[in-house]
Ligand binder design. Sequence first.
Ligand code: SP5
Ligand code: ZN
Length: 341
Amino acid sequence: MKTFYSEDHRLHHANAELNDGQLVPVFEKPSRADMVLARVEAVNLGPVLPPEAFGIAPLKRVHAGEYIDFLAGAWAEWAALGRTNDMLPLAWPPRRVQARCPKDIDGKLGYYSFDAGAPLTATSWQAIYAGSQVALSAQAAVAAGDRAAFALCRPPGHHAGIDYMGGYCYVNNAAVVAQAFLDGGMRKVVVLDVDYHHGNGTQDIFYQRPDVLFLSIHGDPQTEYPCYTGYADERGEGAGLGYNHNYPLPVGSDWSVWSQALQDALRVAAGCGAEAVVVSLGVDTFADDPISQFKLRSDDYLRMGEMIAALGLPTVFVMEGGYAVEEIGINAVNTLLGFEQ
Ligand code: SP5
Ligand code: ZN
């Protein structure tokens, strides 16, 4: 299978994030993509290709235009104030507050985010944009007839909602891919999110729509980030009712538990008449992940890929989380190798 990749991911490398009450070096760092690329090459997965140019319009099909414009122009506003450190939000509108977007950049940062987990640097937008073009290039390859393609995106995307960033995510690459399939003429697409964390952004984007079935397997929100979404009773709304399926699993879940949720998700996917699958491929389900608490082993990703392949649908894999940097390449690429078996 083809891998799409851009060196521009390096342009997003923030300094610090909050963890256990302290600013610590970011977990979501450039070496993650380097390790995945090295593994793609080591196992000869297939050609590694640069992205083609699709522009910004496909991003605005799933995100609010004003939000994308904010991302693209945020650093300029920050720098104009003489600020040089990474941008981080520090205030959010709580319940009962009518959220109006202020002029102040600190206010805007809170308005367009749900946590302080998505820092912006001087060059982050270039990386974010390049990542979206990587995703669209993988989609185009599959739309043109490839059985599957791998979008080696960085930064990840599944926490980014219609008009907010958070959790290392800015543009929801998987949602952009799903929408691109629909805009290309498909009538139904599945997004299968196997990242440790609930794909709250993808859920937000498609919650009221029946044309994208969203399936997510993740740590139980009662104890795990992103804390407020991912419950099993979030089933979609209006025309989208029944097209959102969450599988919250307890801390410590291993393959025997995790694979049962996947089995059920795949049963739902197989019955919905979808014409393509987008996999939000996070490998932070790995036992040694530093910020997550499932117990998958490297070989389990081979089985995961094999099970997804059994759907028999055109598939785009979009890289999401995974912070055990030494093993991220093995685990992500094992999923792809399992798929190709
Ligand atoms: C794309 C993706 O995987 N985003 C994940 C963002 C997680 N952000 C906060 C996680 C907080 C977990 N706290 C763990 C404490 C370990 N010392
Ligand atoms: Zn994650």
